[in-house]
Design a protein around this ligand. Sequence first.
Ligand code: CTP
Length: 400
Amino acid sequence: MSLHNKNILLCITGSISCYKSIDLYRRLKKAGAKVKIIVSDAATKFISPYIFESFGEEVFEDDAFKSPLSHIDLSKFADIILIAPATYNTINKLAAGIADTLITLTVAASPDKPKLLVPAMNPNMYANKILKDNLNKLAKHNFYVVSPETGNAACGDFGEGKFPEIDDIIFGVESVFKKKTLNGRKVLVTAGATREYFDPVRFMSNGSSGKMGISIANAALKAGAEVKLIALNIDDRIQYINRRIKIISRTDFNGLKESLFDEFKKSDILFMAAAVSDYGFKEKSPVKIKKSGNTGAGGTLKVELMQNEDLLKAVSKIKKDGQIVFGFAAETGSAIENGRKKLSEKSLDYIFVNDVSKDIIGGDENEGFLITKAGEVNRFEREKKESLAEKLIEEISFPA
Ligand code: CTP
């Protein structure tokens, strides 16, 4: 994740979750951002501004009268005003246009700057209609929200109101800066590797981790889409997946086929990043196959493989006007030539071809060629799968 050279004004208001903003600050810095901090009076009851000063940061106390023009300077500095945690009191004051502290004054002086709220409070307070109405009102005035999580609040009450994971906040900040090229679009992504079982415990698969597909799903969400991810045997610890992505977990070719055909009808774009097994076992034993009938080490077991249907080709056949199908190709040579062939045989709108002999399967980076239906070829140099996915998403254009 990158926020390279972005100026972030981090405003910390007085919730018990304030201490988490220390971690948030460190992650913003790690992502390359420049940060200035305002700590509200109430927040200083929970954390000391000295923590940030000891990291060498300029920290402003929430005193509107200490330095008369600091709200103007801070507004000019900010590419984004991040209020995390944002209390019930602060959110409602902002919606009422009150400007009686350095934080609220700076927001008042920044109507054109994006403001990202991270509400954190007791679940009953978060469910309060006054707050909900005010959040809706603020949404019309350049305010964005990272919703709180559901769980046990500090007081023990259960519900929505917990300070979210730092990853979700960083994702929210990055999203604010992204062009909403897929606003309102429904995106379906497949990722990971199918498993073909030949008895209840043994299977054939491949080394695809699902990272490219997850990166595409995250990037599509940042571009404003509603995203579903058909996840094939993905270990969800390998990479961050935003919690607004609906995950449909499937295991084998048949499961993938069922969900793919069901979901494709409801989607505007399909990104078929899954590594689908080209072969399945002709027969699957309902019980674990024993080795006892064999002659010992060196004995053989014969199994017959049967070719699976090409799902991408099949799904392209039911494609309606306006739907986009984006395929991926794994090649070990003649990338462009083979990519073109697959694009045409599978009636695709786009195909991204990579040379998998270059440590790409399971790795964090990717490189390759994007080929379009119109025949254009675009080379993408090696880079992190996350940033490459964002570039690929920007390339998508819908037929007029
Ligand atoms: N694909 C599919 N169904 C299959 C095999 C592949 O839908 N049975 C999809 C993949 O998800 C990918 C694209 O087709 O988007 C290309 O997959 P790839 O493995 O590169 O090529 P294949 O078509 O399987 O051809 P080959 O293995 O012969 O290169």
